[in-house]
Write a protein that binds this ligand. Sequence first.
Ligand code: CTP
Length: 392
Amino acid sequence: MVISGGIAAYKCPELVRRLRERKASVRCVMTRAAEEFVTPLTLSALSENPVHRNMFSLTENNDISHIQLSREADVLVVAPATANLLAKMANGIADDLASTILLATSAPIMVAPAMNVRMWDHEATRENMETLRARGVSQLGPNEGDMACGEFGFGRMAEVDEIVTALEDFFEGGVRLSGRRALVTSGPTHEPIDPVRYIANRSSGKQGHAIAAALAGLGAQTTLVTGPTDQADPPGVTVVRIESAAQMLAACQAALPADIAVCAAAVADWRAAETATRKIKKTDDNPPAIELTRNPDILATLAVAGPDRPKLVIGFAAETENVVENAVAKRAAKGCDWIVANDVSSQTGTFGGDSNRVHFITPDVEDWPRMSKREVATQLAARIADALEGGS
Ligand code: CTP
């Protein structure tokens, strides 16, 4: 475990204790700044191992070099990961024991970032985190909430429970999709009519965002292409924001190759044939007629056979009647492997709601019970992992 210098380091003794309870062997490496927040004595007492701090005094520990330290771990957890340490990791800087170990290791790395919300939002930190994710580093949190600095936002370190669960998942096969690339579409699209008006729909993006989070949670390198939504970026996911269907298609194609494509977006089927460059003014004449033209079908395009076709292409079917029948037909028409069909009639509360009742069409038809959108995402991600492990 690598502990860098943030206030959240106060949670580390508890994390070490919980890991020791689960019989994990824990070795702590601290940066100099971390010692300002938690004492090496506490961590060494709880981990029942010497704490490593200084590159050049390692011989004092007489049993282990920094290269050994970087090699013996099954997984390296960086908690808290400060903006500074993330920047060093992204740029290959090795100027102390912690950063040297992180550069020298070939073990999987999990980082739990913790910092002020503005530092987290800074383009530099975002780019560094993106680089690290692209290299396969898994990201836990940060969570949203009140911060020690008195501000509110994303930047709180993931809770000890979450880190322990992520490690349990890791050791129980939570990296089932590691080395796989996933592409997920989410949210509505906005199709401009003029500079102030657009065609849109009621999609909240909850289901698509949850699927991206679940796939990333299983270790897939995940890109989420999303239309405008209020949803927070799922941790560990590369998020590409677009507005129109044409932009969504271009972003999806730029994210290829991928092993998995899940199209959960509610893409507008139609757009204005021409977008007015000036605001359309109302007149006393008849209301203006807006000529519509078909949008590209992103799911069908991704499902076309060819070298770039993801191994698994999965669509959603939003229906208000004959749900299964229409979804079975849609699966054939779009050429995708699976369809997740849901009833979006207003009385079901699916659009914008937190739960979903879906029919899973593979082509077998499974009726899944009503469950939270997060749970649908978890189940779907597990089925994707099953299918890819089975080589289908
Ligand atoms: N989809 C897409 N691009 C489009 C339209 C739909 O990628 N231009 C995808 C959706 O993300 C979803 C699936 O196709 O995975 C089904 O979308 P749905 O709206 O249910 O069906 P439509 O194709 O619009 O068909 P219909 O209008 O007949 O319901």
